[in-house]
Design a protein around this ligand. Structure first.
Ligand code: CAA
Length: 261
């Protein structure tokens, strides 16, 4: 297995890959080498036949406190434009397997944007989200204004982007940005995310990939195009062994329950 400096990799349950951001002294600030490692590890897990779903987490104190301000502070327009600064962040959105963010502590700036790039977000009651870039004289650059607006609507996104105020796990849940806030306790959010990833990993891999692709189409297409895309993908699954096994198995099960009546 590859050696990483800024992340930890493990397999906490069958079919589940866990990536833990591990730059504790900087509250997991997302420096360029960290993101390079994260992208590499995600691509490897996506290609690994033993893996069905991935969990991404940080520490109890911080999921990630944003892009690395120390790295950014002296960059010039020419640097960031020429080197397409942060453009590689969105590589993870091209993965075919689902990624679940398990967020504890600070998820600020790029940290909040990183969570928003995942497919599902679970939050600990300690999670603190925010897009504080306005306080640094900039705006979110990792997709915050776009993904947050799609997740929680214009007025809230505008307020959060322009005031830079943090928001709580409870607010994020009530706005539909996170699936739910898990029970309090150290490590609970990772436990829950691993358990959810295990359930997903136990399903037919092609159907999971197709489900993710279809839901993501809802963010890019008109309703009509999206419905057509969904139907095409749905029809395509009739060519798979999983569909035959799944639906025939289901009818057998119903058959047994009818016999029991
Ligand atoms: N970049 C680099 N280092 C960071 C960092 C960041 N985003 N956030 C925290 N750190 C470092 C601190 O510099 C400090 O390191 P030193 O001890 O070497 O100085 C260490 O992490 C611990 O931080 P604090 O002492 O500040 O811890 P705290 O508990 O007092 O405060 C905090 C925690 C409120 C998260 C505070 O660290 C903070 O406000 N951080 C910056 C948050 C932020 O503005 N993020 C947005 C970044 S811009 C961005 O992300 C752009 C984009 O859209 C991609």
């Amino acid at each position: 297995q590859k050696q990483y400096e800024y992340i930890l990799l493990s397999r906490p349950a069958p079919g589940v890959g866990l990536i833990t951001l591990n730059r504790p002294k900087a509250l997991n600030a997302l420096c360029t080498p960290l993101f390079k490692e994260l992208n590499e590890a995600l691509v490897d897990l996506d290609a690994d036949d033993e893996i069905g779903a991935v969990v991404l987490t940080g520490s109890n104190r911080a999921f990630a406190a944003g892009a690395d301000i120390k790295e950014m502070k002296d960059k010039t327009y020419a640097d960031v434009y020429k080197n397409r600064f942060l453009e590689n962040w969105s590589e993870m959105t091209a993965l075919s397997k689902p990624v679940i963010a398990a967020v504890s502590g600070y998820a600020l700036g790029g940290g909040c944007e990183l969570a928003l790039m995942c497919d599902i977000i679970l939050a600990s009651p300690t999670a603190v989200f925010g897009q504080p870039e306005i306080n640094l004289g900039v705006i979110p650059g990792g997709g915050g204004t776009q993904r947050l607006a799609r997740a929680i609507g214009k007025s809230r996104t505008m307020e959060l982007t322009l005031t830079g105020r943090n928001f709580s796990a409870a607010e994020a849940a009530s706005w539909g940005m996170v699936s739910r806030v898990v029970e309090e306790g150290e490590g609970k959010v990772v436990e829950e995310a691993v358990s959810m990833a295990g359930v997903i990993a136990s399903k037919g891999r092609l159907a999971v990939q197709a489900g993710k692709e279809a839901v993501n189409a809802a963010y890019e297409l008109t309703l009509e195009e999206g419905l057509k895309t969904e139907r095409r993908i749905f029809h395509g699954l009739f060519a798979t062994h999983d569909q035959k096994e799944g639906e025939h198995g289901c009818i057998e099960l119903w058959g047994h329950s009818w016999l029991m009546r």
